[in-house]
Design a protein around this ligand. Structure first.
Ligand code: ADP
Length: 296
């Protein structure tokens, strides 16, 4: 039986005033350089609801970064439509922030931590007093209030990535895009940063798209996991993650449902690596996870 206490944590997640929807319709991206053109993304269609946290996994070279760069408006699509809150994405949209893997390169070494976080707010035209408030609030939220005057090179890799997250969050985006943001930090820091992302996501109500090649990370973080095929890329499966709103590194990862999802997504990624581009062609060992037979 479900008591009100059991469902209460979900209320945090349902009410997301800060987020905006993202729509991707038949995205195709061909890199046309001097050599042979590379069709990185063939046909991607999916939607992210306002305030949802969606992870994207797939084999290396599947087009995850390409997808994210198209969503960020940094790379034009060859064809298809991308929209943020119903408006077409034709360049970097004002309501979007991006966190990348290379924190070392994304922070300015000659600026203090606080100045790094403040810079995009200046460019956005935020008034000085409000800028100071946002910088202080977000540095406190990521546990870096004490190092506001330090320089990035004085901090560990994990702390530098926290600065990059604070900078993105201070910008008050409707959508936060993250591309393998924790790939270069140690395992313990990675767990802490994963929890930080979920905490900020729940508090701010923003929409998050998180690209990773780490299946466990995708399941731990996501409300849904989009599994991409190998290149040329399509969505192989859109997997619902029914692990509830409150997650814990030990408990959640020890949960039977977590193990089932991990096996399922792992199998899908293996199939994707072997060139499977539709669920109907996939051979999954768990009958319950297999797609229904044609006509069912
Ligand atoms: P992933 O992030 O899943 O590893 P990418 O989006 O980085 O995949 O790359 C998808 C494919 O597009 C790969 O085959 C890659 O070599 C190719 N690619 C990526 N960027 C470029 C580029 N600027 N020019 C040509 N090909 C590219």
């Amino acid at each position: 039986m479900t008591s009100p206490a059991d469902v209460a944590p979900d209320h945090d997640v349902v009410d997301h005033p800060g987020g905006a929807s993202l729509e991707v319709r038949h995205l195709r991206k061909v890199y046309a350089g001097r050599g042979e053109p590379v069709e990185a993304v063939a046909d991607l269609t999916f939607e992210v609801r306002p305030g949802e946290l969606v992870c994207v996994v797939g084999p290396s070279g599947a087009g995850k970064t390409t997808l994210l760069r198209c969503l960020a408006g940094l790379l034009p699509a060859t064809s298809g439509e991308l929209a943020l809150g119903g408006s077409p994405i034709t360049g970097p949209p004002p309501g979007m922030a991006v966190v990348l893997q290379e924190y070392g390169r994304s922070l300015f070494p000659w600026m203090s931590v606080a100045q790094n976080v403040e810079l995009p707010l200046k460019e956005k035209g935020v008034a000085k007093a409000r800028r100071a408030e946002l910088v202080a609030e977000t540095l406190a939220a990521v546990g870096l209030a004490d190092v506001a005057r330090s320089y990035p090179w004085q901090l560990s890799g994990g702390m530098q990535q926290r600065v990059a997250i604070a900078r993105a969050v201070a910008y008050e985006p409707q959508v936060l895009l993250m591309d393998e943001p924790f790939a270069a930090v140690d395992a313990q820091t990675r767990f802490e940063l994963e929890d930080l992302v979920r905490t900020l996501w729940k508090r701010l109500g923003i929409t998050v798209v998180f690209v990773t090649h780490d299946i466990d990370e995708a399941i731990y973080l996501g409300e849904r996991v989009l599994v991409l095929s190998a290149r040329p890329t399509v969505v192989l499966e859109d997997v619902e993650v029914g692990l509830g709103a409150d997650r814990d590194q030990l408990e959640t990862r020890g949960d039977a449902e977590f193990a089932r999802l991990r096996t399922h997504v792992y199998e899908l990624v293996q199939q994707a690596k072997q060139g499977v581009r539709s669920l109907a062609d996939a051979h999954l060992t768990h009958p319950a996870d297999a797609p229904p037979p044609p006509g069912a």
